[in-house]
Design a protein around this ligand. Structure first.
Ligand SMILES: O=P(O)(O)OC[C@H]1O[C@H](O[C@H]2O[C@H](CO)[C@@H](O)[C@H](O)[C@H]2O)[C@H](O)[C@@H](O)[C@@H]1O
Length: 293
């Protein structure tokens, strides 16, 4: 078991509680008998990460625009089963970049959940951290201005400090800034890892996994669907933060299905609680298209 460091930095590998393996040992979701077996006779409820799953990773966050084709696949799937997007981004940004405003979106790593039918979905971590996040966002914005190439993304319940365009030799300065900010707020903040991004969040026991479990309860997805078939939750994600959701599904009484989207060349080094893998956003489209039929 890897225990989180006490400085708020997330562990590099998933904390146990669900069995993990390296991604190169997992079957491919498009032809895995295990996936077919778990879906057989069941209605899927599909939870989807955004960046790296519904859109490829691109150099600038604002350019991750979902294709019309993926939007059609999502709508066709949503006509047959529940579909929710669960993103580290703000939900308004997800709606704008995806062009989707009629699905449940859990934004800000699941802190901010909106259902077009029910409105805001409240939970135990819905509020109480606003002043802290505003203060930290301003602190990071001012300090990062001195480090060329950084991009600060203010968000509803966190601030993302991107360093993709920072010279490699300057990146330790970005990490040092994050450490400084954490040290200024002992016990109040955590930083979750991402792809060339440090996500500084309130240190609250809430994450994508808790959000998915909460949604399953609120949306009644732990009961059979209208056609009487039992529901099986499926989560597709690519990041370390998505491991919380894979674990949450693996630990359910009737386990759900986690699908890790990962370039095969990175798979040997990635420990995961997922059940199967896909390699690209195109394969995600084919997998969802198959579920939609
Ligand atoms: O949970 P997600 O929906 O996967 O969001 C994770 C973060 O994605 C975005 O950053 C990442 O994707 C960008 C676009 O491809 C890329 O330029 C960046 O380097 C990546 O870190 C987003 O900007 C973050 O706010 C999300 O938390």
């Amino acid at each position: 078991m890897t225990v989180p460091a006490d400085d708020g930095r997330a562990p590099a590998r998933p904390v146990s509680g669900a069995a993990t393996t390296t991604a190169d040992a997992l079957p491919h979701a498009l032809d895995a008998p295990e996936v077919a077996r778990r879906l057989d006779g069941r209605r899927p409820a599909v939870f989807l990460d955004y960046d790296g799953v519904l859109t490829p990773i691109v150099p600038r966050p604002e350019d991750a625009i979902m294709t019309d084709g993926m939007r059609e696949i999502l709508h066709s799937l949503a006509a047959r089963c529940p579909v929710c997007i669960v993103s580290g981004r703000d939900r308004g940004v997800v709606a704008e970049l995806s062009g989707v405003d009629d699905l449940v979106i859990a934004g800000s790593h699941g802190f901010d959940i909106w259902d077009p039918q029910r409105g805001a979905i409240e939970h135990e971590a819905s509020r109480g951290w606003e002043d802290l996040v505003a203060e930290v966002t301003e602190r990071v914005r001012v300090a990062a201005a001195d480090i060329e190439g950084t991009q600060v993304e203010p968000k509803h319940a966190s601030v993302a400090l991107h360093d993709r365009h920072v010279a490699p030799e300057e990146r330790p300065r970005v990490a040092a800034l994050v450490d400084e900010v954490l040290a200024e707020h002992p016990g109040e903040l955590k930083v979750t890892p991402g792809k060339f991004v440090h996500e500084i969040q309130p240190k609250i026991d809430w994450n994508k996994g808790k959000a998915v479990d909460h949604l399953i309860g609120v949306l009644g997805l732990d009961h059979p669907g209208p056609d009487g078939r039992p529901t099986v939750p499926i989560y597709l994600g690519d990041d370390i933060t998505d491991e919380d959701a894979f674990r949450a599904l693996a630990q359910r009484e009737t386990p759900g299905l986690g699908v890790l989207v990962i370039d095969p060349s990175d798979a040997a080094g990635r420990e995961t609680a997922a059940t199967a893998v896909l390699a690209t956003v195109d394969e995600v489209g084919r997998f969802l298209d198959g579920l939609a039929r």
